[in-house]
Design a binder for this molecule. Structure first.
Ligand code: SF4
Ligand code: SF4
Length: 376
């Protein structure tokens, strides 16, 4: 089981597609209650909840808001687990602007660090605020020079008017001499989360995005021919299922094997549902984690879709609370179908490369539900 552990709902940035849009959102039909800015439970309470599920590996993803705004709680949780030994893996999803504040003995214990960055300097700073790209890149370099050897995943949030192919290439092979070359990247469309479809030019942009997916697919295979499997998570996750038959339900794992522990001790299916009282699934004092799975799942249109098995439903939250009209939802689904068809197109080539040992099966392994939703 994987748990997003909310260290604080607060954030130190105001990104364009998150905090920025929240100010423009019309009166939402969803009732959000405010949650405490720090966890209201003890390490002993947390551990007695986690250990009830110890027959399987337990992973914690520190999450927010920005999780590093509550470094003390991160340190306390990791220190407590030195004694309890219930948690197998610690991960963190962070904007990385404060990563230099966490001592390296904690950083080096992470299984994975997921870093929010949208591409090169111009795109990232436009979305996340001036100076953010520089801070993130410096902190990633610092973490590496302090001995972190495991996976660092760049997490892009993408939307118009950006150029996806250019932006992702700026992470793989940075144009800027001060950049950092990421081997692992996940991207997520900012789509169907806010009531913003009519204000946007998504229909035109998604056509360009689909062409970029084709271009990136060709680039991905060309790198494989040189023996390098870039860990582009939407590609990696789908190819993993196509070739090795690994099954997923909802690919982010929300409500299946991935739950969120909110600062008030309540449990929700995913981090975005913190504050939505009507969808809470339990709390850490009285709920057995073994009873959490499949209480909340995707319904129509996903369950009737021909691609449900591979797609898994994209996003439980937007399936429950769609913010876009049908036209916009169809455009997203068409882009998912295009992505799947591109992976099927190159599948025979990838299988030959595997057979000829140019690449290996283990190149496609990853920790299931590691905070990459796979379907963008
Ligand atoms: S393609 Fe669209 S409708 Fe089909 S399963 Fe995915 S999100 Fe649901
Ligand atoms: S994809 Fe949707 S349901 Fe899954 S974690 Fe993200 S917001 Fe939650």
């Amino acid at each position: 089981m994987i748990y997003h552990l909310i260290t604080t709902p607060d954030c130190n940035l105001c990104c364009e597609y998150c905090c920025g849009k929240s100010f423009q959102e019309p009166e939402s039909k969803i009732k959000f209650e405010s949650v405490p800015s720090k966890p209201q439970f003890t390490q002993a309470q947390l551990n007695s909840f986690l250990k009830k599920d110890k027959d399987k590996p337990v992973s914690i993803i520190f999450y927010g808001g920005e999780p590093l705004l509550n470094i003390d709680f991160i340190k306390q949780t990791m220190d407590a687990q030195e004694k309890y030994k219930t948690v197998d893996n610690f991960l963190i999803q962070t904007n990385a602007t404060l990563l230099d504040k966490l001592p390296k003995k904690y950083v080096n214990r992470f299984h994975t660090i997921l870093v929010s960055i949208d591409g090169g300097r111009i795109t990232t700073n436009k979305n996340r605020g001036e100076g953010t790209w520089e801070k993130v890149i410096n902190n990633v370099k610092l973490v590496k020079s302090n001995g972190f050897k495991k996976e660092i995943i760049a997490r892009m949030t993408i939307e118009e008017p950006t150029h996806f192919f250019e932006d992702i290439m700026d992470l793989i092979n940075p144009k800027d001499e001060n950049g950092f070359s990421f081997n692992s990247i996940h991207w997520q469309l900012d789509a169907n989360m806010w009531h913003d479809y009519k204000k946007r030019n998504f229909s035109n942009w998604i056509r360009e995005y689909n062409l970029d997916i084709t271009k990136l697919t060709d680039f991905w295979v060309s790198e494989m021919k040189k023996g390098r499997v870039l860990r582009l998570y939407p590609f990696l996750g789908l190819m993993n299922s196509l070739i090795f038959g690994n099954k997923f339900y909802l690919r982010c794992g929300s409500g299946v094997s991935n739950f969120t522990i909110i600062s008030n001790g309540k449990i929700s299916a995913c981090p975005i549902m913190q504050g939505i009282n009507e969808k809470y699934l339990g709390d850490i004092n009285s709920t057995n984690p073994k009873n959490l799975s499949f209480k909340l799942t995707c319904s129509s249109p996903c369950t009737k879709c021909s691609e449900f098995e591979l797609c898994g439903g994209r996003c439980l939250y937007s399936n429950l609370y769609p913010a876009w009209p049908k036209k916009g939802v169809n455009e997203i689904c068409d882009s998912i179908k295009h992505l799947i068809s591109e992976m099927k197109r190159i599948q025979p080539e990838v299988e030959v490369l595997l057979k000829n040992k140019v690449i290996k099966k283990k190149d496609f392994d990853f920790l299931k539900y590691n905070c990459c939703e796979i379907i963008p």
